[in-house]
Design a protein around this ligand. Structure first.
Ligand code: NAP
Ligand code: ZN
Length: 359
């Protein structure tokens, strides 16, 4: 009998994980517990966990003080090992995914509209937050098992390579959602800034939606890959002459740059009425009002996507045979992976094989 099926049990037996002990110490082995499976809960054995740049930001308290020990990971795929009595949409043995959210208030305007990522009472993050109504910290996917409310679990299509599916739970939905919101499709010229985990998914989705796609990169070494991934054109953003050739060219720009940056060089490449959407930098960004006013250009931000839209994105991926390009790593390699990500050296998402944590 598992502990979680014991009505007296409040938590699971200890579970293997990796955690950042504080903002400046590398991640190390750590044990956590999970709550017992409640009536609406699903217990998932984690098979693969993607490594998002947000994991690095939060492990290092770059978005304000994090909750330590911090177990990152919000690109989770695995197999269901137990379901609560009230769960009807999933069963033991199903493949399942969990992204950036594990709960929300579920009654505000945003939640009722299926946009839990904008919950007016703040969604519960998969890690670096507290379980709703409790002081128990949430722990992410760098672990072997997770227990999640069924409303925040998605089904994984069975025709896709599971390793490449994990990054869809964050990198995938974060790029799919703005492209859909701004109704990008055939006839649109789209540019993606930054060819990393999010950027490479942005290319795949924009292309599958029928747009003409350009990539702005700082890395000469990624030009051929960008084309292989579906870009029609690649521009080295530090090359001023090359930037001039795309003045007023794009309907829509998706910036995945992870830190504060000057938007001016990119805004100049938006056509009249064009839209630039930031998903990366949370810090102040350089913005020149004149560049907006002169061409009725807009700048907006976008945060992941709702649960229903995440399921829609996975179904879209199944239909168009889209997964992330991944480099598999063992859990023990995570600190090297973070350093490589900071050097723009990832093609194009690290995914942890969670079997490495069990061995
Ligand atoms: P990533 O894999 O590290 O990719 C970021 C890419 O941006 C790099 O590979 C690099 O591409 C480019 N870049 C890096 N520094 C740059 C700079 N100073 N100027 C211009 N380009 C630069 O990161 P990611 O996982 O895709 O995440 C990107 C950002 O999105 C992170 O800040 C992450 O926290 C955030 N994020 C937001 C959401 C959301 O919901 N809004 C969700 C997930 C992640 P090149 O080599 O091609 O230049
Ligand atoms: Zn993420």
């Amino acid at each position: 009998m598992t502990l979680s099926s014991d009505p007296q049990a409040k938590t699971s037996a200890p579970i293997q994980a990796y955690a950042a002990p504080d903002k400046s110490t590398p991640l190390e082995p750590h044990q956590i517990t999970r709550r017992a499976v409640g009536p609406h809960d699903i217990q998932i054995e984690i098979l693969y966990s993607g490594v998002c740049h947000s994991d690095v930001h939060q492990a290092r308290s770059e978005w304000g003080p994090s909750i330590y020990p911090l177990v990152p990971g919000h690109e989770i795929v695995g197999r269901i090992t137990e379901v609560g009595q009230q769960v009807s949409a999933f069963k033991v043995g199903d493949l399942a995914g969990v992204g950036v959210m594990v709960d929300s208030c579920q009654h505000c305007d945003a939640c009722e509209g299926g946009e839990e990522q904008y919950c007016e009472n703040s969604f519960t993050p998969t890690y670096n937050g507290y379980e709703r109504g409790s002081k128990e910290p949430t722990h992410g996917g760098y672990s072997t098992q997770i227990v999640v409310n069924d409303k925040f679990v998605v089904s994984i299509p069975d025709n896709l390579d599971l390793k490449g599916v994990a990054p869809l739970l964050c990198a995938g939905i974060t790029t799919y959602s703005p492209l859909r919101h701004w109704k990008i499709g055939s006839g649109h010229k789209v540019a993606v800034v930054g060819l990393g985990g999010l950027g490479h998914m942005g290319i795949k989705f924009a292309r599958a939606l029928g747009a003409e796609v350009t990539v702005f990169t700082t890395s000469q070494s990624k030009v051929e890959d960008a084309k292989r991934l579906g870009a029609h054109q690649v521009v080295i953003s530090s090359d001023r002459e090359a930037m001039k050739t795309v003045r007023n060219a794009f309907d829509f720009i998706l910036s995945t740059v992870p830190t504060s940056h000057d938007l001016a060089p990119y805004l100049k490449t938006l056509r009249r009425g064009g839209q630039l959407v930031i998903v990366g930098a949370l810090e102040p960004v350089g913005l020149n009002g004149g560049q907006l006013v002169s061409h009725r250009r807009s700048v907006a931000g976008s945060n992941i996507g709702g649960v229903a839209e995440t399921q829609e994105m996975l179904n879209f991926c199944a239909e168009h045979n889209i997964v992330a390009d991944v480099e598999m790593i063992d859990m023990q390699d995570i600190n090297t992976a973070y350093e490589r990500m900071l050097k723009n050296d990832v093609k194009y998402r690290f995914v942890i094989d969670m079997a490495s944590l069990k061995s």
